[in-house]
Design a protein around this ligand. Structure first.
Ligand SMILES: [Zn+2]
Length: 102
């Protein structure tokens, strides 16, 4: 499997470190059931068959954090984005949602 880093181009898998599901978000400390929320955050993961967003680190390259959308059945990569850009997109969507609800 090869990953096309946005900074470095097409590189072999041995240059990257897999960090897990990119959609997991840290719960707030004031969550309703904080122990349950942090247990789920730390230990509970889905095992999807199909397209999923994964967090990868380009350890032997530019040290960028990447969100790789990969089909777990075929290993075909649909997209590779910088994790920073994905986080900014999610923040923009969240602020738009907050503005609409206020
Ligand atoms: Zn890179």
């Amino acid at each position: 499997m090869r990953i096309a880093c946005p900074h470095c181009g097409d590189r072999g898998l041995d240059e990257f470190v897999f960090l897990g599901d990119a959609r997991v978000t840290r719960p707030m400390a004031d969550a309703a059931e904080p122990a349950d929320a942090f247990h789920a955050y730390g230990y509970l993961r889905m095992n999807p068959a199909g397209p999923t967003d994964e967090l990868w680190f380009h350890a032997a390259g530019c040290h960028a954090w990447l969100v790789v959308t990969r089909d777990t059945r075929t290993h075909v990569i649909a997209s590779v984005r910088l994790a920073r850009d994905v986080a900014l997109e999610l923040r923009a969507v969240a602020s738009t949602t907050e503005d609409a609800s206020a």
